[in-house]
Design a protein around this ligand. Structure first.
Ligand SMILES: [Zn+2]
Length: 322
């Protein structure tokens, strides 16, 4: 890009990475919290599916169920100070597995309850249902005989059809849970103070291109490069500066630059597409303060620019003498 070779390479650049630490007490406590929730949610889901007669509503239930599991796992892993996205993912898989197992375990009991009414059989079936052998036999029974009246003529679905349905159901639960574990968040962790940093998402919205060559210098640690960015107007692109800072010490300050492209879909709805230019670049407290000042200045400049544009659009604006 430049004919002058840079003096400082990328080695000095330090971006945040999770330390990978998962506190043992946090791990145990998260299992103590999550396993009962998983069993309870699985049973509620199972009961709801037995009582809800509409296929579309069942699909919605499956999505809500997956979303609840993923959302709760992400939240608990954050509260228990997991600094490992791998562990958050593994925990999501484990809790989905436990919960889905519980939904199967309680299914037969709910079916007996619904069709034969509440009795001791329901309780017995709910307890025995947790044995793997009984789940296998129950699934085989449904596979061979069918259970739900899914077809238009009230035909029970069985055989390969019911297997496909189970596969789709499990994949839906897993998929939605996988996405919903994002409640874990993106903040860096301050290892000094044993706490999460606080994020400022929209510190500044810069009317510049994410492809501006100055960003490469910025990402390489030359923070002054933001002042050399070229302002571009009337394009559906801008760059958002984000900060993350420890509330206690001055050692965990980070800046991120995220390219935002506004995409208009066929229905005319605008969605934000985000691309990281640099994520969680470690900066000093002085540099953070400087960036905050810069953000204020930029905001004022952008406001002034917008006002100018508005004035140009006025139809009877007399020409200004300078
Ligand atoms: Zn700190």
């Amino acid at each position: 890009m430049s004919s002058v070779a840079p003096q400082f390479g990328k080695t000095a650049v330090e971006t945040y990475k999770h330390s990978g630490r998962v506190p043992v007490s946090g791990l145990i406590l998260s299992l103590v919290v999550l396993v009962p929730i998983a069993v309870l949610l699985g049973a509620i889901y199972s009961g709801a599916v037995v009582w809800v007669p509409f296929i579309k509503l069942r699909g919605l239930l499956t999505c809500f169920y997956g979303g609840a599991i993923g959302g709760i796992v992400g939240t608990v892993c954050r509260a228990m100070k997991f600094r490992s996205t791998l562990f958050v993912s593994l925990m999501t898989l484990l809790i989905v597995a436990i919960s889905y197992y519980a939904s199967w375990a309680s299914h037969q009991a709910f079916v007996i309850w619904r069709f034969d009414g509440m009795s001791d059989d329901v309780t017995a079936s709910a307890i025995a249902g947790f044995l793997p052998q009984n789940i296998y036999e129950w699934a085989s029974y449904i596979h061979d005989n069918g259970l739900w009246a899914m077809g238009k003529n009230g035909n029970a679905m069985s055989g390969i059809g019911v297997c496909v349905l189970w596969a789709v159901e499990l994949l839906t639960i897993l998929g939605v849970a996988w996405v919903s574990r994002a409640t874990y968040g993106t903040a860096p962790f301050c290892e000094n103070c044993n706490q999460w940093t606080q994020e400022t998402r929209e510190l500044a919205e810069l009317p510049v291109s994410p492809d501006d060559p100055a960003w490469q210098k910025f990402a390489a640690g030359d923070l002054d490069a933001v002042k050399r960015l070229q302002v571009v107007q009337n394009v559906p692109q801008y760059v958002e500066l984000q900060l993350a800072a420890c509330g206690t010490c001055q050692e965990s300050d980070y800046v991120s630059a995220v390219g935002i492209t506004l995409v208009t879909d066929k229905e005319g709805e605008i969605t934000k597409k985000e691309d990281d230019i640099v994520r969680h670049l470690h900066i000093s407290r002085a540099q953070r303060d400087e960036l905050q000042q810069f953000a204020v200045m930029m905001a004022e400049a952008v406001d002034a620019m917008d006002e100018e544009t508005d004035e140009e659009l006025k139809p009877y604006d007399p020409p200004q003498e300078t």
